[in-house]
Design a protein around this ligand. Structure first.
Ligand code: NAD
Length: 478
């Protein structure tokens, strides 16, 4: 995909409902070629003052009219869906994912807006009698700083934008510098249907994210990204007691018991690990397979990996695109080399594809155990180590021997037994006989331990953008 010199006119920041002028730019790389695809605007600190100022002004009206917010969110859902064919190629070009996946991501963002438009912000009357009146309800926090990563730029932005706006907050959003274009384009789409200043979108290199957290205006930082950056965000936000939601990294285990039908589960397990090229925070990152089915499972996964069509996202029938960026490509390469150096065997893949761009062969690693980096760390790429175990209690304790705790899965012919085991796993979600089944708009998604603080999605995600307020007083007139 080649863009016609899109530059700032096409991918401008949105501040107060209009293009925001910038002088500086940075290159956005097409991961399928390794070449610059476009230049994105790099805003400066003064833009932050303007964007947060616009959001603070818009907040005063936006927070007060619940019905208006619902109407606007419904219009926004329609506008995003209508823009899917326009936005999806931009997402594929900068992120690398297949066009069909990009389109689905945009449509999911629209569905999130519709879902939150219909969700109630509860007001609970705790007491209303001759002794007094007590009510508990949820107020918006104010201006929210939303910072997102490069793997699902639009979906993860919408996990913040939809509930934050529904709860009555206004936003300044910043995408990853690896994938700024679609979010900038989304800002342009949404400025047509939202009041000025309600949603502002900026782009710039990483220090812009740090400056957003330090800025005095936002009262909440909603961050999705790596655990290392999340810790910096938490430290910086603490100085001003800003509220934080942190959706961070994972090293998600799949525990496959000896009573599974390997052929029946292999494909679902494979895509639980390799969807979006493994660049999903909750992707299966390590498999613990019972020794009785381990070799069969390795063989079935290897067959699937070898048959997977890897190519540019715009190619017909493509299943996986390139890894999104050079540092991530280098990291995957380094972790696989390290594993091979420690005696692992690549039964599929094991190296980059011999072509330009950041393409990597889907890789299944056998003859590997805990203690090797690709098992112990988050690889965030198309590589899956399959580790044998004998005793399921031991498998659970190995799964739990991680600083992360995002999601997990347990696979068994006996789902009830699997559910009991699932309750022993330290993570925010555990799926039975699938991976990621709980990632839905109506269910809370968040990590335990180093995988995060707080949750997104469902009413719980909405509550995260609000603060409780109690009104207590004398009895109401009857
Ligand atoms: P990252 O932490 O490098 O960057 C995330 C965002 O933070 C980017 O927008 C970046 O510009 C910004 N940033 C960088 N330094 C900052 C700072 N000091 N203060 C504030 N913002 C700063 O992460 P990434 O490489 O873009 O994304 C990959 C990571 O994200 C993986 O670890 C993955 O597991 C995680 N992730 C988590 C979830 C989840 O919901 N738990 C979802 C997707 C990705």
């Amino acid at each position: 995909m080649t863009f016609v010199e899109p530059l700032r006119e096409t991918f401008a920041p949105t501040v107060n409902g209009a293009d925001y002028p910038t002088d500086a730019t940075f290159d956005v790389i097409n991961p399928a070629t390794g070449e610059a695809l476009a230049q994105a605007p790099a805003v400066t600190a003064s833009a932050l003052d303007d964007a947060f100022g616009a959001a603070a002004t818009a907040y005063e009206k936006w927070r007060r009219d619940d019905d208006l917010r619902r109407d606007h969110l419904r219009s926004a859902a329609g506008a995003v869906a209508a823009a899917a064919d326009h936005l999806a190629p931009v997402l594929t070009a900068e992120q690398g994912k297949p066009l069909a996946d990009a389109r689905n991501e945009i449509l999911a963002a629209s569905a999130w807006l519709s879902y939150y438009a219909d969700l109630e912000l509860p007001r609970e009357v705790i007491r209303d009698d001759e002794g007094g009146y007590e009510e508990v309800f949820r107020r918006p926090l104010g201006v929210v700083a939303a910072i997102t990563p490069w793997n699902f730029p639009i979906a993860l932005a919408m996990w913040k934008i939809a509930p934050a706006l529904r709860a009555g907050n206004t936003i300044v959003a910043k995408p990853s510098p690896f994938t700024p274009l679609t979010t900038l384009a989304l800002g342009r789409v949404l400025r047509e249907v939202l009041p000025d200043g309600v949603l502002n979108v900026l782009s710039g290199p990483d220090p812009l994210g740090a400056a957003m957290v330090e800025h005095p205006v936002p009262r909440k930082v909603s961050f999705t990204g790596s655990t290392a950056t999340g810790k910096k965000v938490a430290i910086s936000a603490a100085a001003d007691l800003k509220r934080v939601t942190l959706e961070l990294g994972g090293n998600d285990p799949a525990i496959v018991l000896g009573d599974v039908d390997v052929n029946a589960i292999a494909e679902q397990l494979f895509w639980g690990a390799f969807g979006n090229n493994g660049q999903i925070c909750l992707a299966v990152k390590r498999v613990y397979a019972h020794e009785s089915i381990h070799s069969d499972l390795v063989a079935a996964l290897a067959e699937l990996a070898t048959a997977t069509k890897v190519d540019e996202g715009t190619v017909e029938g493509v299943q996986l695109g390139p890894i999104n960026n050079k540092p991530q490509f280098d990291r995957v390469n380094e972790l696989v080399s390290d594993a091979l150096g420690h005696g692992a065997r690549a039964v599929a893949g094991g190296s980059p594809l011999d072509r330009p761009g950041y393409f990597y062969a889907p890789t299944i690693l056998d003859n590997i155990d805990d203690g090797v980096r690709v098992v112990d760390e988050e690889q965030f790429g198309p590589v899956l180590p399959v580790v044998p175990f004998r005793d399921e209690t031991d498998a659970v304790s190995r799964a739990n021997r991680s600083q992360y705790g995002l999601t997990a899965s347990v696979w068994s012919g006996d789902p009830e037994h699997a559910s009991k085991l699932a309750a022993e796993v330290d993570s925010g979600q555990v799926a039975i006989n699938s991976h990621g089944a709980g990632v839905q708009m109506h269910l809370p998604f968040g990590g335990h331990k180093w995988s995060g603080i707080g949750v997104e999605n469902g009413p719980w995600g909405l509550y995260g953008f609000s603060e409780l307020q109690v009104i207590a007083g004398p009895p109401r007139k009857r």
